[in-house]
Design a protein around this ligand. Structure first.
Ligand code: NAG
Ligand code: NAG
Ligand code: NAG
Length: 272
């Protein structure tokens, strides 16, 4: 397993700080983990070759590839230090056989087509692709699932960044649907992200936890389920043992009495 021990150390902190609000994200977590299935392989952290990770040209517009190490620089790159109008990014969160079960082809095609159309417009968003097959840690740290469009409104740091997302219908999405989001009132179909997992302003990102948590969750997910069962049963057994031992301590009169009664009853005394 590859996550650092600092992840383990920070987890209780997080839990203490956020006992109940955390609950509401639990379901989301589980959903998300489900989308990864057990298919996340152990060698997923391979970085794309730098040359390939850099921009590819579609029409006159580059599709940037977001990676764990460079996503922030990529998104901030077109932002001028004194800008007051946000630079808009459309990022397609997609995946291959591992994280999208091979069903993201249609939205990818639609997205690529929309980029070609954007290239003919005077004002259009910057575009990027995040492939969760290649970047599972980044996807986990954002709690991003595949088949979604993320929209970033980038302002110069340290201004807060508005991030929106929208699930794309994997079977029906066309390039026009994506163009529509960029059009007037398009934002109305988007959800503003306001969670712990906000890539810039979330509690996790602000406290440097997004990455450790990303590794941690991904690590849990990468453990085969039989190993997980082994671990769980080990822990629950050792906890049971501790409880039983605690109950039998002399300081516990009820338990002592019960134990005494049990001991006092002669074997086979079943009122026959
Ligand atoms: C994805 O799965 C399909 C069908 O199982 C297979 O034909 C294809 O080669 C796979 N693609 C990759 C990149 O492994
Ligand atoms: C979409 O464009 C990206 C970047 O150019 C490319 O990697 C991907 O294969 C394209 N997908 C489809 C379905 O055309
Ligand atoms: C995608 O759209 C089709 C047709 O409108 C619909 O039947 C299907 O339920 C949608 N899928 C999702 C996941 O919303």
């Amino acid at each position: 397993m590859r996550f650092s021990t600092s992840a383990l150390l920070t987890l209780p902190l997080l839990a203490a700080a956020a006992e109940s609000p955390f609950e509401q994200y639990k379901a989301k977590f589980q959903n998300f983990l489900g989308s990864f299935g057990v298919a996340v392989p152990s060698s997923t952290e391979k970085q794309e070759p730098v040359a390939a990770a850099k921009a590819k040209v579609v029409g006159a517009k580059k599709i940037e590839t977001l990676t764990l190490s460079s996503w922030k620089d990529t998104l901030y790159a077109p932002v001028k230090p004194d800008a007051t109008q946000p630079e808009e990014w459309f990022v397609l969160v997609t995946g291959g056989n591992k994280t999208c079960f091979g069903h993201c082809g249609k939205v990818e095609t639609a997205f690529n087509e929309s980029v070609t159309k954007f290239a003919t417009q005077s004002k259009s968003p910057h575009v990027g692709i995040l492939n969760c097959d290649n970047e599972p840690i980044l996807c986990t740290s954002w709690s991003a699932s595949t088949g979604a469009l993320w929209v970033f409104e980038m302002l110069p740091a340290p201004a807060p960044i508005d991030v929106y997302w929208k699930r794309l219908n994997l079977t029906t999405t066309t390039s026009d649907d994506i163009l529509k989001v960029a059009g007037k009132d398009g934002k109305k179909s988007l959800y503003l992200i306001d969670s712990y997992f906000h890539p810039f302003d979330g509690v996790l990102a602000k406290n440097g936890l997004a990455l450790p948590i990303g590794y941690l969750l991904w690590g849990f997910n990468a453990i085969p389920s039989w190993a997980m069962m082994l671990i769980v049963s080990f822990f629950s057994r050792s906890m049971m043992n501790r409880q039983v031992n605690g109950a039998n301590r002399p300081g516990n009169p009820a338990a002592a009495a019960a134990a005494g009664a049990a001991r006092g009853a002669p074997a086979g005394d079943a009122r026959s």
